[in-house]
Write a protein that binds this ligand. Sequence first.
Ligand code: ADP
Length: 396
Amino acid sequence: MLKKDTLLNLTGYSAKVGGWEFDTETLEQTWTDEVYRIHEIDYPFEPTVNNGIGFYAGNSRKAIEKAVRHAVECGAPFDLELEFITAKGNHRWVHSIGKALLEDGKVTKVYGSIQDITDQKLADNEVHRLNENLELLVAERTRNLEIAYQELIFHLNEIEQFTYISNHDLQEPLRTISLYSQLLKEEFSDKLGQDGKQYIDFMHNSATRMKAMVKGLFDYSLVGTTGEIKIVDCKMLFESVLSGLQFAINESQAEITICSLPTISCFEAELSMLFQNLLSNAIKFHRPDNRPLIEVSARELETEWLFSVNDNGIGIDEKYAEKIFIIFQRLHNRNEYTGTGIGLAQCKKIVKLHGGRIWVESQVGKGSTFMFTIPKKLSVVNFQHQLSQNIHAPGS
Ligand code: ADP
């Protein structure tokens, strides 16, 4: 069994805590073994209040002097974290607690503990330093992101402005080319000859196509700028899209089945455009010998709605499944199927605006299923709204 003082010393050693006391008359101090160890000094050394204080450095020395004086004069306790230099010249941090012992209202002794907290202090300082570095890094990254974001907004604004002006200013000369080419054909028909008339038709068709492309680009640029998120009954929205496509439906004798569709939060005008693009493609890309059979449905998943538009049309080769969502990418020449190649890019932009995904599953000659998701909780990063406010009609 360990003797009491040995046990005390061992406890002090393992906790790096030592005990001390001094007599207020003689100012002679008593230290436990651990206090000697903390000071890195051996026994012949006889501690006093003054030579003890001599180990403390800089402001810590002033602090301990003041604390000891108050303890001796008026019995005030102290609890300080201090730095000192050991007898071997090593830098240490200690936690020093002091209390006064009073007899007949007079302070006769001051006693306390001293604990080596160098490791903890170094670790704290390191954590502090790392935190400061981290904060600086985060602040710098945030600043860079803000700059990049502002630049992005600036460039997108420029593009939006450009698209708006292109649409507005290019439509007029294109209309003029169309009009005068038709007039030329009508009024000088007898002088033009077969080739001349054909050239004028090329001109007229190109101008018409360019008008459609410019308009398509403009519509594309407007995605996300037209309104607010609303609660929308998709079945009603789909039916209104159908009535707008009545001519194409009648002409192709398409049969369209709508399974139950949900009510969701979304940008209404954009969702309507999305339905319209997918549906008009499903009608347009039908096999010549088959009437289009189209089925529209939606399925509730855990965090999102999964919509699908299925057709029995010409299908798409798997290798083009991603390419078709890129603007102006078409798989057919315009004599086979009309179009500008903007519709699916617009669909992708609309789905992304809602934070969803869009893809196609298809087999050539059998049909395609376009699928897209709309999250139930929209977290729309919609800087498009910031853009729309900056678009002004030329001259306005
Ligand atoms: P557009 O319809 O004006 O050509 P889109 O961007 O809507 O442009 O479509 C891009 C291309 O994807 C189309 O040209 C077509 O080749 C293919 N595509 C789109 N939808 C279908 C579909 N339902 N069936 C077969 N091919 C399709």
